[in-house]
Design a protein around this ligand. Structure first.
Ligand code: CP3
Length: 363
């Protein structure tokens, strides 16, 4: 096992496991990315997936927000992408500047499943992510814990069939409704890789992990229960079982199922420690349903960061008051930060989370 520097800030780990915290910890989905000029500079020199595949570059970019907002962020998240798993399954994925991901040969018909690799050795195909995690964990010098992550099976299936971004997901949904058995075969295949990939990330040094079901809300509650939830459960259960079998400690697991407000209750019984909420969910509603069984994370509308300092401060106060600050709560945005956000507005957000969090805890 790797020997890592001792952790100096464990607020997120405590919040995720239900222990009290002196203030609510905070991190931001997509905290390393295009809203930061230092990241855009890196991208002028390197292709997106080259950064992901080069541990020195991934480490440097992961640390950019940690260094810029020195002492204000309570976690780092490894720089990578959910689409490295379709790549590991044998698909070509490119990142088009200003457009996003593109699969030149998406899955069209069930027979295309034959094109995917039969068995994926994650150490061979995704070892560069593990190396980046180990290197970043050392470079962090224990300042904050490091998140690993994966895309959830349904979200990845949708990208693999749509071939990129989509508003209706009509092609991916055609698979669900016309070829349900093949859809389950694909979802299971992704799940198997996801379990090995997450376990590998934890072995490499990830101290907490998040599963991104970014397209959960595109499914009806019934279809979510059929095509998403069983695989999310499998991932939580199998990762924990594998870690215990290998004699390792468990790490907290977070599920972010964007748009799936209807699933909060079932998700709170699915093996995850934390449920990440988007901004359409009322904190009081989520608290009343989960009853302290899980930690809640979220959920300010990322666009609020364009609303000016006073609006940001007022919204943070309202949000922290509604969630309660000293137990079972991690502050975040309701989705990833947008490329148009001013990094100084982000600083106002983080500073307010700290000051209001401490103030409310005294009362
Ligand atoms: O700090 C971090 O969170 C960095 C690591 C990270 C990235 N993507 C880097 C990235 C993480 C955790 C992700 C997750 C991810 N990737 C998700 C789930 C989260 C969500 O937003 O719902 C999804 C759906 C993807 C797929 C993806 N990657 C899309 C749709 C895009 C293009 C649109 C966009 O938001 O930029 C990407 C590209 C991407 N992933 C960028 C970054 C920094 C920008 C690409 C560039 O630099 O050209």
């Amino acid at each position: 096992m790797n020997a890592f520097p001792p952790l100096k800030n464990d607020l997120i780990l405590r919040a995720a496991t239900g222990q009290p915290t002196e203030r609510a910890p905070v991190w931001i989905m997509r905290q390393a990315g295009r809203y930061l000029p230092e990241f855009r500079k890196e991208r002028e020199e390197h292709d997106f997936f080259t950064i992901c595949r080069t541990p020195e570059l991934a480490t440097r970019v992961t640390l950019q927000p940690i260094n810029r907002y020195d002492g204000l962020l309570d976690a780092a998240i490894i720089f990578s992408d959910i689409l490295v798993v379709p790549q590991a399954l044998g698909m070509v994925v490119e990142m088009l500047p200003g457009k996003g991901p593109n699969f030149p040969e998406p899955l069209v018909l069930p027979e295309d499943l034959m094109k995917l690799k039969e068995v994926v050795d994650v150490y061979e195909e995704l070892g560069y992510v593990f190396d980046a995690i180990t290197m970043t964990r050392k470079a962090l010098e224990g300042r904050v814990p490091l998140f690993g992550f994966i895309g959830a099976p349904w979200t990845l299936m949708a990208y693999m069939i749509e071939g990129g971004g989509s508003t209706s997901l009509s092609k991916a949904k055609t698979w669900l409704f016309k070829y349900p058995a093949d859809s389950h075969k694909l979802l299971q295949k992704i799940t198997d890789v996801a379990v090995d990939f997450l376990v590998g990330q934890i072995k490499a040094g990830a101290q907490i992990v998040q599963v991104f079901e970014s397209w959960g809300g595109e499914l009806s509650p019934h279809d979510f229960n059929t095509f998403s939830l069983p695989y999310l459960k499998q991932i939580a259960q199998r990762v924990k079982k594998q870690l215990l079998q290998d004699g390792l400690s468990l790490v907290p697991m977070t599920i972010f199922a964007k748009g799936s407000w209807y699933a909060i209750e079932s998700l709170s019984e699915s093996g995850y420690d934390t449920i990440s909420l988007d901004w359409t969910v009322d904190p009081a509603y989520a608290k009343s349903i989960t009853k302290g069984r899980v930690t809640l994370q979220g959920n300010m509308d990322p666009s609020m960061l364009n609303g000016g300092d006073d609006a940001i401060r007022a919204t943070v106060r309202q949000m922290l008051t509604a969630f309660g600050t000293n137990q079972r709560y991690i502050v975040n945005l309701g989705h990833g930060i947008l490329p148009t956000i001013d990094p100084e507005a982000t600083r106002v957000f983080l500073e307010t989370v700290h000051s209001v969090g401490l103030e409310l805890n005294k009362n």
